[in-house]
Design a protein around this ligand. Structure first.
Ligand code: TYD
Length: 205
């Protein structure tokens, strides 16, 4: 089972992914946790390039780099893991990130992006996508407390993140079977209760 976690920067995905990993491993699943961009050595090199504020990338070049990292991750890591018995792969971002950040944020168009996403993933789709919804102010406050200089994507203006958030919300409406919108403004514990409930309802008995 492939489960992706999505949300704007500072939505608290990493904390929830870690909690989910511990809980599912405790239930006896073979759990893999990985991230995009990254998760393979080529992917991590691509990640450096993408997040470095010194990289000057056009929207299309940026999108194809995210896609390259994703293609590598699917073939090298996700597909082999998912062949194993009782396996679950948790991914910190997947194709929906490109749909909203590049398709909408960079205005490349949702349909064009989804076509390339399908090519990059060989049509591998998450069974479940947890979208952690936070407003811009909350995400900014969390980013500040986690420290560090803003990466290339985080340097985008408020309007970029508002557009990305609106696009995530629309995706949840468009794919109600796969996507679950979670109110992620609450404490990590309360958010995890929602995450656990959504995953539990999809686990095989
Ligand atoms: P990361 O530090 O992992 O951000 P976060 O902790 O918020 O997930 O950086 C990933 C950045 O790349 C993030 O700003 C979102 C962006 N991104 C895209 O624009 N398109 C994509 O397809 C993916 C996977 C990420």
């Amino acid at each position: 089972m492939l489960i992706s976690f999505e949300g704007i920067d500072g939505s608290g995905k990493s904390t929830q992914l870690e909690l989910a990993r511990e809980w599912l491993a405790g239930l006896g699943y073979d759990v893999l946790l990985t991230r995009e961009p990254g998760g393979t050595s080529a992917g991590e090199a691509i990640r450096e390039l993408l997040l470095n504020p010194k990289s000057h990338l056009t929207g299309r070049a940026e999108f194809l780099l995210y896609s390259a990292s994703r293609a590598q991750l699917v073939e090298d890591v996700l597909a082999p893991h998912l062949k194993k018995p009782r396996s679950i792969a948790l991914v910190d971002r997947f194709a929906d990130s490109s749909t909203v950040y590049q398709g909408v944020g960079r205005m490349l168009g949702i349909e064009a992006v989804q076509e390339v996403n399908d090519f990059a993933t060989g049509n591998l789709q998450p069974e479940l996508t947890l979208y952690l919804d936070v407003d811009y102010e909350t995400s900014l406050a969390r980013r500040k407390t986690s420290g560090g200089a803003p990466d290339r994507l985080e340097q985008n203006p408020r309007e970029f993140f508002e557009a990305v958030r609106a696009a995530y919300i629309e995706l949840c409406t468009a794919y109600p079977e796969r996507m679950v919108r979670i109110d992620a403004r609450e404490s990590a514990e309360n958010v995890f209760q929602q995450v656990r409930a959504a995953i539990s309802s999809r686990l095989p008995n």
